[in-house]
Design a protein around this ligand. Structure first.
Ligand code: HPA
Length: 259
């Protein structure tokens, strides 16, 4: 039996309600996940292996916080040269496997002054500033203008409040990348109302909402955005700083999954 068919049968038997996408450097957030099976992106129709350092490209099914869950270890990015259709393949796969909601995580640069490396931000809205091809097909696709679930945002906020932590619910600017922004671009993004900046999530969130999934999204702040910190940003630093937040991120994901 092909790898994906076996995985699909097993996943449907387990019946995961929630799918989690773990972004750059965040694999450690899944330490409470008990894996039952996994399949490489390359074996999933419509997906391809990722090319990004610090990202796996595997989909696992298992149990997390007492509930069956799907876990995407890695994602596909627009800047890898993939079309919008390929980038959003993860969430269609999640829907095909029966998920009713998706939690998207990512690494992001902090623009809001309260966002420092190792912190988290819940995403309540986004600016989709991706290259023009990201919009192709949208006219017929009925794009979602507000993909993030107010209900799941409340679950996330309540959990953090009960844990004695503050969590900013902010606006995420999604840029094409893969280069980091210039300080001038960050000043412009701040004026647009962005609180954090990254290179993923927005297209997946819109696609998930289009498929009727509830969407939550959490950014792990790995650096001050360009021009706001002392040093230049580099990918290795992003991966190291993501690790600062994996315990808190893991707890938060567990709270959403078990809700
Ligand atoms: N900009 C864009 N993407 C990012 C950043 C950033 O500063 N940090 C992590 N991902």
């Amino acid at each position: 039996m092909p790898a994906y068919t076996a995985f699909l049968n097993l996943a449907r038997r387990l019946g995961p309600r929630t799918a989690v996408v773990l972004g750059s450097g965040l694999a450690g957030a899944a330490s409470d996940f008990v894996e039952h099976a996994s399949v490489g992106f390359g074996n999933i129709p419509g997906l391809v292996p990722t090319t990004v350092r610090g990202h796996g490209s595997r989909l696992a099914v298992g149990v997390w916080a007492g509930a069956p869950a799907l876990l995407f270890l890695g994602r596909l990015h627009f800047y890898e040269g993939h079309s919008r259709g390929v980038v959003t393949g993860l969430v269609r796969t999640a829907a095909e496997l029966g998920a009713k909601r998706v939690v998207l995580t990512n690494a992001a640069g902090g623009i809001h002054p309260a966002l420092n490396p190792g912190g988290l931000m819940a995403i309540r809205g986004h600016l989709k500033l991706l290259g023009p091809t990201a919009w192709r097909l949208l006219a017929s696709d009925n794009a979602m203008s507000q993909p993030y679930s107010a209900r799941l945002l409340e679950v996330v906020r309540a959990h953090e409040l009960a844990s004695g932590r503050e969590l900013l619910a902010g606006v995420y600017a999604a840029l094409t990348g893969p280069s980091y922004e210039t300080p001038a671009e960050i000043r412009a993004l701040a004026a647009y109302g962005a609180d954090a900046v990254g290179m993923s999530t927005a297209l997946e969130a819109e696609e998930a909402a289009r498929f009727g999934l509830e969407v939550a999204a959490i950014s792990c702040i790995t650096n001050k955005a360009a021009g706001l910190g002392d040093a230049a940003i580099d990918h290795a630093e992003v991966l190291v700083n993501a690790k600062l937040a994996v315990v808190r991120m893991g707890e938060l994901l567990g709270a959403v999954i078990s809700h």
